[in-house]
Design a protein around this ligand. Structure first.
Ligand code: FUB
Length: 449
């Protein structure tokens, strides 16, 4: 029996096209990413937004039927390990409520404990547990939810002495915390409201807790104004009190929610969060992004500005999606659009448009391309231009070493155009892509061979 389940889990594994940029997953929506490092890999446990199916009447609301888990050993190549928990197979969950809210997972006593909130058959939200021998599953769902945990957005924090704490948003919209028993399935203490001095009222949910240099960080989304920013507090004890320290990420006016986690991996801290990049007109279909997370000397967090570029180096031999640029020339003559609005997961194109031949070249900068140590012979772009133009690739700066000049002939259809690499680069460089002649050239990607 066990063998059958394992085989099914492995068969569901899928490599996700690797781009090393935001959003990190392009095979479906992934919200509320909870990241943990297990056995040298980063595992992300997100919610799984889906467009509302016929049997879900609220077309304007969050709709989540199951959970997948994803992992990576380099934050570039991601594996979808397949579905780990389904609303239909959890005995206590209302199987048509599509309410599999933000989950979390942690490791204790040789097992992985996956905590997930959902709507109960008898009404109200509760938090259930599923247990596995490996982070990717298969997970065995517990018959009943955790007694006394009524609410959503569980975060499971395990202190250095092994004591597990569960914190969540309770039915009254307060952030609460309790100790868990060693079995990870029952509360071991009273539920207390988390003491913090966040300066204003406004919804608070999605707590994420971690410890660094002996300090406890209690972090959460907070509707400070109209949308959720991510703020944080610090304290000397896991149960609080916590002192408000500020915002990690400002609210995003295009997405009502944000939800995050923070993890150290190979000596660098990372901030996982979500945004609705692949669904700009409906903010209940969200996608996971990652940014570098840095700390000041005193342990406070350096605020983070969301980027398209994300983290990691992109191999020059990958299709470099320059629409995920790090920087763009400011005249608004370069912009991005979906390749096909009806298929957002296909990604974006970068449009260079110049009516004025006296204008300086139009450019985008894409940081951290890894050219490797071997010579590369060709640069190829996938592009579209009715009348043609010239795309120039340079390293490091807008006027830096010339890498390749690609002449694009006017054609009605998309085409791949190659040109020799004239300036070899070794190692990691920023790539500048400019249109130096032409009226309108659309570029999908750049790739070196
Ligand atoms: O994903 C559904 C809900 O949206 C989560 O539970 C909240 O934290 C918010 O991100």
């Amino acid at each position: 029996m066990k063998k059958t389940i394992l085989t099914a889990a492995i068969a569901a594994c899928a490599m996700i096209p690797a781009f090393a940029q935001n959003p990190i997953i392009s095979t479906g929506f992934t919200a509320d990413p909870s990241a943990h490092v297990f056995n040298g890999r980063v595992y992300v446990f997100p919610s799984h937004d889906i467009p509302a199916p016929a049997d879900f009447s609220r077309k304007d609301w969050f709709c989540m039927a199951d959970y997948h888990v994803y992992s990576s050993d380099n934050l570039i190549d991601w594996v979808d390990h397949g579905m780990i928990v389904d609303q239909k197979t959890v005995p206590w969950v209302n199987g048509t409520s599509y309410s599999m809210w933000a989950p979390d997972c942690n490791f204790k006593n040789g097992k992985y404990y996956f905590y997930f909130p959902a709507n109960q058959k008898r009404g109200g939200n509760a938090v259930g547990v599923a247990i596995a021998d490996k982070p990717e599953g298969p997970y065995k769902v517990q018959e009943n939810p955790i007694p006394g945990v009524n609410g959503i957005d569980p975060c499971i924090f395990i202190d250095d002495d092994g004591t597990p704490y569960l914190t969540w948003q309770n039915q009254g919209n307060a952030l609460v915390i309790a100790k868990l028993k060693d079995n990870m399935l029952e509360l071991a203490s009273e539920v207390v409201t988390v003491q913090h001095n966040v300066p204003r009222n406004g919804l608070k949910e999605g707590p994420f807790m971690f410890k660094r240099n002996g300090k406890y960080y209690y972090t959460f989304p907070w509707v400070e104004r109209n949308h959720e920013c991510i703020c944080y507090c610090m304290g000397d004890s896991p149960m609080g009190p916590f002192e408000y320290k500020g915002k990690v990420m400002e609210q995003n006016p295009n997405c009502w929610t944000n939800h995050h986690s923070m993890v150290e991996f190979k000596g660098q801290w990372y901030f996982f969060y979500h945004h609705n990049d692949y669904s700009p007109n409906f903010d209940k279909n969200r996608s996971t992004c990652i940014e570098y997370l840095n700390f000041n000397e005193d342990g406070t967090i350096v605020p983070i500005v969301p980027t398209r570029r994300g983290v990691g180096n992109t191999p020059a031999t990958n299709k470099i999606q320059i629409d995920r640029y790090s920087n763009i020339e400011p005249t608004k003559h370069v912009w991005t659009e979906f390749l096909r609005t009806e298929k957002p997961f296909d990604g974006w194109k970068t449009i260079f448009r110049n009516h004025d031949s006296t204008r300086n070249p139009l450019w985008v900068e894409y940081d951290r391309v890894d050219f490797g140590e071997k010579d590369l012979s060709t640069a190829t772009i996938r592009c579209h231009s009715q009348v043609g133009g010239t795309i120039v690739l340079r390293a490091d700066t807008q006027n830096g070493p010339l890498v390749s000049t690609i002449k694009v002939e006017g054609k009605p259809d998309w085409q791949e155009v190659s040109a020799p690499v004239v300036g070899q680069q070794k190692g990691v460089h920023n790539l500048f892509v400019s249109m130096t002649s032409g009226i309108l050239v659309e570029v999908d990607w750049v790739q070196f061979k």
